[in-house]
Design a protein around this ligand. Structure first.
Ligand code: KG4
Ligand code: ZN
Length: 363
């Protein structure tokens, strides 16, 4: 990563004949995201204004297999990436000449999928001289909160719950994070997807459980709320998933019909209870009064309602992105990329996909 050494395009913009010319200029970020099964591109103006947000979702393709097939995801990204980037520029009414920097997700995620976005962004950067900024996917999810909450500034606590991650994070400043808690096994979204499959709802499980739960009784079955001894903020969802599977097996052995909606609602309540308890405890202990949520599971209606209620009761300001900015998208990458760019972060053409990139780590 390069923190100094401006790319030639920036030099052209900011310097004239060796003299520094301060230019009041809008910053346009072209953002690219391809870490899993969404091929996405967006244009973000001055960090918080979304000019376009194009998402090509591969969900229908992967539904056939009951989950994301990495090789298929990579191939589809290759097929779609150029079209999606062009559509993002067109919808924003800009061309590459207007773009200040290109932000791209370089981890964590599926390595083959990440590589497609990273290669596309590097190729554009190389051909045009536009600076390249690599972005952490989870940092993108957290930054989705800045889009519709213009007043939101760090520090705050953020619960990140997606298909691959469950983190309780202290956002100390833009790009500065302290992880308070993390999952010891399955991510929250992963638990939703596995339980949905077990009760015959199919993929993707989260939205389906969310919908079916509305018809069910959340108190019908008591599933466990796991605590991780010695780590008050850590999560564990694999025991809950096993408890659901055991319950289903028990019903089958005893020839008792399974009420799908009751199982879904009871499972969802067990997840929501744990997420709410840890989050509120984390916010209170931090001494902060702002709390945000992020990631695909953050679009869960029951979780949003429970957190809204709990925050109201505790006098905590609650921030959450619209569902379209909770699940994978490139607008959030553009927002995170903007703050990285403003800090002087630049990546070279050696930028690589880092499937296990840690939050706060810069490669
Ligand atoms: O953030 P995301 O789009 O991708 C990752 O970075 O993982 O999250 C996808 C996850 C999936 O596990 C999906 O089932 C879950 O988010 N999800 C939901 C809902 N919408 C998506 N989980 C619960 N309720 C929802 N409404
Ligand atoms: Zn994600």
């Amino acid at each position: 990563m390069e923190n100094s050494g401006l790319a030639c395009r920036e030099r052209k913009l900011n310097y004239t004949k060796g003299m520094v010319v301060v230019m009041e200029k809008d910053v346009f970020i072209l953002a690219v995201e391809s870490s899993c099964d969404e091929t996405a591109a967006a244009v973000v103006k001055n960090g918080r204004e979304i000019l376009s947000n194009v998402i090509y979702s591969q969900i229908d393709l992967h539904t056939l297999y009951g989950g994301v097939v990495p090789e298929i995801a990579s191939r589809k990204h290759i097929e779609k990436i150029n079209q999606v980037i062009q559509a993002a520029l067109d919808q924003a009414g800009v061309t590459l000449q207007d773009i200040t920097a290109i932000a791209v997700t370089y981890g964590p995620g599926l390595v083959g999928a990440l590589l497609v976005g990273v290669s596309a962004a590097k190729a554009i950067s190389f051909a045009t001289g536009i600076p390249l900024v690599g972005v952490h996917h989870i940092e993108g999810h957290i930054s989705a909160n800045y889009i519709e909450n213009l007043e939101l500034e760090p520090p705050f606590i953020c619960l990140v719950v997606s298909g691959g991650h469950s983190h309780l994070v202290k956002v100390k400043d833009y790009g500065e994070y302290e992880i308070l808690g993390r999952t010891r096994d399955d991510a929250a979204g992963e638990a939703f997807d596995k339980v949905a499959r077990a009760i015959g709802l199919g993929y993707p499980g989260g939205p389906k459980i969310d919908k079916v739960s509305k018809e069910g009784n959340p108190d019908a079955i008591h599933f466990p709320r796991a605590k991780v001894v010695g780590s008050e903020y850590d999560f564990s969802f694999s025991g809950l998933k096993s408890a659901v599977l055991n319950y289903l097996n028990g019903c089958e052995m005893k020839h008792i019909p399974v009420n799908q909606a009751d199982v879904a609602a009871s499972f969802q309540k067990a997840v929501v209870d744990v997420l709410v308890e840890h989050s509120i405890h984390g916010v209170k202990e931090s001494g902060l009064s702002k709390f945000a949520i992020a990631g695909g599971v953050a679009s869960n209606s029951s979780l949003r309602n429970a957190l809204r209620e709990a925050c109201e009761k505790e006098g905590i300001s609650f921030y959450y992105p619209s569902p379209v900015y909770c699940t994978d998208n490139a607008a959030m990458i553009g927002v995170a990329g903007y703050y990285e760019y403003q800090k002087g972060v630049r990546h070279g053409y050696d930028l690589n996909a880092v499937p296990n990139l840690k939050l706060g780590e810069r490669v």
